[in-house]
Design a protein around this ligand. Structure first.
Ligand code: ADP
Ligand code: MG
Length: 223
């Protein structure tokens, strides 16, 4: 489903953020990407949702290759990839319902269908009771649930989470991890980048460790 073949990513001044990285992720897997700050975790996720393209090697996602994908095809691919971030990236002037609905409005989904899908996504992450609240009225954990609902509402085949618990207290972090587990159990692949290695013990799954742009350990699939 995702194949990363001998990928290098070089930023300015010949800085290798990733060097000769190869990795396969199958349908429905749960993978932790760990490693210290600056190791290349975010760069790896950005390559998967084709926010950036590799300088060497090839990234294949859902049949699209980084070598041949057309510019106009990238947004089409991204609709099927959910992405969540440490800083939530919610729209401050929209309430919870509107934030999630917006993800469907931009794809031209009919209004009645939007309502049905948004209410379901909010219920799935357990945040329905806050649907009229604005982001500033929510805790970090609640904001992350909204961003997860926004990612899920398009029914992605994979959810990419870049340090999703980085701005959340330990109790809230466990809740978010539980939610990601549940989402994975329902069939969506989850790739979670984190430098918080202690989180892994709550959910022992495949761990890929990156250091200085290279994969230094891959436990393989752990069911
Ligand atoms: N847009 C960029 N321009 C220049 N250097 C970058 C850019 N993005 C990342 N880097 C560098 O690449 C390395 C890996 O970054 P990143 O993937 O963000 O690491 P991580 O997410 O593991 O903390 C770091 O040294 C970082 O400074
Ligand atoms: Mg990062």
């Amino acid at each position: 489903m995702i194949e990363i073949k001998n990928v290098s990513k070089v930023f300015q001044k010949n800085w290798y953020a990733l060097r000769d990285v190869s990795l396969k992720i199958e349908k429905g897997e749960f993978v932790f990407i760990i490693g210290p700050s600056g190791a290349g975790k975010s760069t790896l996720l950005r390559l998967i949702y084709m926010d950036i393209l590799p300088d060497m090697g090839e990234v294949i996602v859902a049949g699209y290759s980084s070598n041949t994908i057309r510019r106009h095809e990238i947004p089409i691919l991204r609709r099927k990839i959910g992405v969540i971030f440490q800083d939530f990236k919610l729209l401050k002037d929209k309430n919870v319902y509107e934030n999630v609905a917006f993800a469907l409005e931009v794809t031209g989904t009919p209004r009645r269908k939007i309502k049905e899908l948004v209410l379901k996504a909010l219920a799935d992450v357990g945040i329905s009771h806050k649907r009229n609240a604005f982001p500033y009225q929510l805790s970090g954990g609640e904001q992350q649930k909204v961003s997860i609902a926004r990612a899920l509402v398009r029914e992605p085949f994979i959810l990419l989470a870049d340090e999703p618990t980085g701005n959340i207290d330990p109790e809230g972090s466990k809740e978010i991890l539980e939610l990601l587990k549940e989402i994975n159990t329902k069939g969506t692949a989850v790739v979670m980048a984190t430098h918080q290695v202690d989180l892994i013990k709550y959910f022992p799954r495949r761990v890929v460790k990156i250091e200085e742009g290279r994969i230094v350990e891959d436990t393989g699939v752990r069911p």
